[in-house]
Write a protein that binds this ligand. Structure first.
Ligand SMILES: [Zn+2]
Ligand SMILES: [Zn+2]
Ligand SMILES: [Zn+2]
Length: 159
């Protein structure tokens, strides 16, 4: 990301690609117990040197915690006019249906919350699944927040 961009730019990016469900509060800290909050308007080049880490917390109730690390820096033309360029991303972890051994495509939150089961279902078993207390099974997306609070994705980069 561009060094002149702000922590707020990281916050919006993380919300779009991974976190946003219902507009919860979020904050950055330097990590550790009782560590100070870093204001979102601050420039990243003023708070992060190479190797430094920050902790981003989204939703103080059902928390999603993201560790942000400055891997390295360079002086050069920006790669984009946008504050952030996505260089690489994880592949969504493979999971198996709890009813058969086919790849899972859906998640039942009731299984997860009430029945102590991973709640992962293939397309076929998601269709006639008996639980509806938390709504229909939701489609798996590439985000660690899936199944927390009201999060259903889309887990796509914002730009
Ligand atoms: Zn929420
Ligand atoms: Zn199945
Ligand atoms: Zn279920």
């Amino acid at each position: 990301m561009n060094g002149t961009a702000s922590l707020g730019d990281i916050d919006s990016y993380l919300r779009s690609i991974w976190l946003e469900c219902c507009g919860h509060l979020s904050r950055f800290t330097t990590g550790g117990w009782g560590s100070a909050e870093l204001a979102k308007p601050r420039r990243v080049d003023s708070v992060l040197k190479d190797g430094d880490e920050l902790i981003h917390i989204y939703d103080f109730g059902t928390q999603s915690i993201t560790r942000v690390r400055a891997m390295g820096s360079r002086q050069a033309e920006p790669l984009s006019r946008r504050p952030i360029v996505l260089m690489a991303r994880n592949i969504i972890p493979q999971a198996e249906c709890v009813e058969c051994d086919q790849p899972a495509s859906h998640l039942c939150q009731e299984c997860q919350q009430e029945w102590d089961s991973p709640g992962l279902l293939c397309r076929r078993h998601a269709q006639n699944h008996p639980h509806d207390e938390y709504g229909e099974p939701i489609e798996l997306v590439n985000s660690p927040r899936l199944g927390l609070c009201g999060y259903t994705g889309p887990a796509e980069p914002p730009y």
